[in-house]
Design a protein around this ligand. Sequence first.
Ligand code: ADP
Ligand code: TMP
Ligand code: MG
Length: 207
Amino acid sequence: MENQTGFKGRLSAAFIRGSGWLEVIVGGMYSGKTEELIRRLRRAEFARQRVQVFKPRIDSRYHAEDVTSHSQESFRAQPIERSEEIWKYLDDATQVVGIDEGQFFDQDLVRVCQELADRGVRVIVAGLDTDWQAKPFEPMPTLMAMAENVTKHHAICVVCGHEASRTQRVAALEGQIVVGSHGLYEARCREHFKPEVQPPVSSLVSL
Ligand code: ADP
Ligand code: TMP
Ligand code: MG
């Protein structure tokens, strides 16, 4: 009897704290991370949940504010410089927090996401798990370890049409962070990926 009461107590505590939880969407470029993030956010809105979305200010590729996919799907968002700024903009009534381009944030994003989830918020973070050299792109790998749910997407290899698990840099630029899309990066499978700058597929004679 005592045990049963204790069990019920823990159950209701978890329920009262809400469905706080962390979901991570990863994969290479063009794999559909942003589309998937937007899909989940729209479903949350259909369920009449309060949703807020954040993105790093440096990602202004398609739109200065909205989160926007390569296929031009978009969702309103608040651009921020550092992950701690989420607290500044967070509405008390928010039930779902979406974050795109997680790889561009500082390592504090991990603590912020954990705290949000602990408070009962459903947190959904999309981002690259690896960079152009196929090296882990923090803070996404750490977030994957902390998350309740991880989804890994694949694009289509532009060389052979197989599943692409890597992102090839095709412009002679150094450094881990270089914002861009077509002309700078291509989706490639394990076989056609090289961890150094390669010519774009349009210049490959074997095609
Ligand atoms: P991510 O955020 O992972 O970069 P997006 O969700 O923004 O991806 O965009 C996915 C869309 O990119 C696809 O639906 C498709 O229209 C487009 N796309 C362009 N190149 C490719 C490719 N090589 N493989 C798959 N989709 C591609
Ligand atoms: P995407 O995954 O939504 O297409 O966006 C990925 C962004 O990350 C894009 O702006 C390019 C950038 N990027 C880097 O800064 N460094 C990298 O190593 C790779 C692969 C992409
Ligand atoms: Mg994206």
